[in-house]
Design a protein around this ligand. Sequence first.
Ligand SMILES: C[S@@+](CC[C@H](N)C(=O)[O-])C[C@H]1O[C@@H](n2cnc3c(N)ncnc32)[C@H](O)[C@@H]1O
Length: 211
Amino acid sequence: MVLRMSAILFRRFLARPLQVAYVLPSSKGLVRRVLDKMDFAKARVFVEFGAGEGCYTRELAKRLAPDAKLLAFELDSHLAEHLREQFRDDDRVLIYEQDAASFRTELRKLGFSEADYVISGIPFSYLDPKKKKEILREVHDGLTPDGQFIVYQVTPELKGHTKMYAAHEVEYFLASIPPMFIVACHKSETTVRPKRGKKGKPARRGASQTA
Ligand SMILES: C[S@@+](CC[C@H](N)C(=O)[O-])C[C@H]1O[C@@H](n2cnc3c(N)ncnc32)[C@H](O)[C@@H]1O
């Protein structure tokens, strides 16, 4: 596993440790693993919470269809400026220097009622419980009927707060420092992909797949 540092993320962590939460950006492997859960051929509206220095945003931009949109939210003004610089020439990627809780208002301003995917790296465990509940309800209501909310976090605690979803897939991803849980919350069971066994046959559903 290759460790990547980001000077700006490190500085912003020192300035706001509870908001930024991690010193290192997500590893390339983790980014790929999270984004491989998405259907880029079909989806057109993507939302990212806590874009940080842009490790997911850059990979998302590589995969987005030409007519897709990505709304990336980042509270920290220094990180938001760094993101704006990177995506200045890509009109599919919109950077919002504001609280992720406002994403539905911004979706509506663009003429969208719902998003296909919301991915999140914000430290939910540190959020005030009332605020956490409000964001989680907004995300559920702001997704298309077959939309997904995908979260990467050091604990799988969010699964317990997202019982309104039809199904969850939980994966513990070890090739990351720290190791991360990826929790995919599905509004519809139909979007849960059958796990493939070694010979390409669908595997038996295990504890990590709870559709
Ligand atoms: C753990 S870092 C993740 C950064 C990046 N996504 C990564 O994986 O390396 C969390 C980021 O979420 C941002 N953040 C925290 N709370 C937020 C909120 N309510 N709305 C938007 N961004 C938030 C922080 O400023 C920080 O940049």
